[in-house]
Design a protein around this ligand. Structure first.
Ligand code: PMM
Length: 284
């Protein structure tokens, strides 16, 4: 009887508003905001404006992961991010640290950071999963196929959805072995990381398949190359914020847990419209 009920119950669209993660890159060379927030005061001012626009927390990164980027020495990374993290935490601004390095994750946890966002899903640094387990931080783990310097060469799949899903599942198995609590794990398909535009679209279309792994899903589509066709040719990456906002609304409808974006304001409006659509109007 119970299984019949399960089979005939219609799929109810999820109603929970996704978390908005505001991007703060304190790098000289990130693809869209590199060089803008390298000094602490500028970084804090930007974080404050992202919070005011509706970001639930701010993702601070010190190492660019744009295609072709070389790895950065973890010491140099810490020098960039730790003063900013401290300043934000002093101002009670919730933050995550975007790092592939266990030593940086540890330094961030030491100053009070509660979320580690690792685009390598623990593959870049063999100490990462142990550090995450020991510090008890939340962990956002992306699908990854190797360093940015040659990641475009790794964008080869027979079935991208199947392979990304499978790879994320094996990362989870490893996280659990290390003792990371399942309720602290968020998964990310890693849009643009060893993925062509078609791979990204296939993964977005298949979000319910990724959600069926059983963990919250975060997506980072913001200003990425695959959104370039929706802006004028050669336009600055900020012109991709319109497309990003539409992706945010569609991803919300597909049930994602979180959206990592540079322009928080446009995604917040997109989510307001998504809420009104589902709630039959603007309520509260
Ligand atoms: N993309 C970038 C950096 N960090 N983190 C997560 N979880 N997901 C992403 O897609 C992601 C990320 C790419 O660089 P950017 O900081 O310039 O957007």
């Amino acid at each position: 009887m119970a299984s019949t009920v399960a089979r005939i119950r219609p799929t109810v669209p999820p109603r929970r508003r996704p978390v908005i993660v505001g991007v703060l890159n304190v790098t000289p060379d990130s693809f869209s905001d590199g060089g803008k927030y390298v000094n602490v005061d500028a970084a804090v001012a930007h974080a404050v404006s992202l919070r005011a626009a509706g970001a639930d927390f701010i993702d601070v990164g010190g190492e660019s992961t744009r295609p072709g980027a070389d790895r950065l020495d973890p010491k140099a990374e810490r020098k960039r991010v730790v003063p900013v993290l401290k300043a934000l935490i002093e101002r009670q601004i919730p933050v995550s640290i975007d790092t592939m390095n266990a030593s940086t994750a540890q330094a961030a946890a030491d100053v009070g950071v509660l979320v580690v966002n690792d685009v390598s899903g623990g593959l870049a640094d063999p100490e990462m999963l142990r550090t995450v387990a020991e510090t008890g931080v939340h962990y956002i783990a992306s699908h990854w196929r190797g360093p940015s310097v040659n990641m475009d060469d790794n964008a080869v799949y027979k079935n991208v959805v199947y392979e990304v899903r499978d790879a994320l599942k094996s990362r989870i198995a490893e996280m659990l072995v290390w003792g990371i609590s399942p309720d602290k794990i968020v998964l990310d398909p890693g849009l643009g990381f060893a993925k062509t535009a078609d791979h990204n679209w296939a993964l977005l279309k298949a979000l319910p398949r990724l959600e069926s792994i059983g963990y919250p899903i975060l997506i980072g589509a913001s200003r990425k190359r695959f959104l370039a066709p929706f802006a004028d040719e050669g336009a600055p990456t900020t012109e991709r914020d319109f497309a990003t906002a539409v992706v945010s609304a569609l991803a919300a409808q597909a049930g994602v847990w979180g959206l990592r974006v540079h322009d928080v304001e446009s995604t917040a409006v997109a989510l307001d419209i998504w809420s009104a659509w589902n709630d039959g109007g603007v309520h509260g």
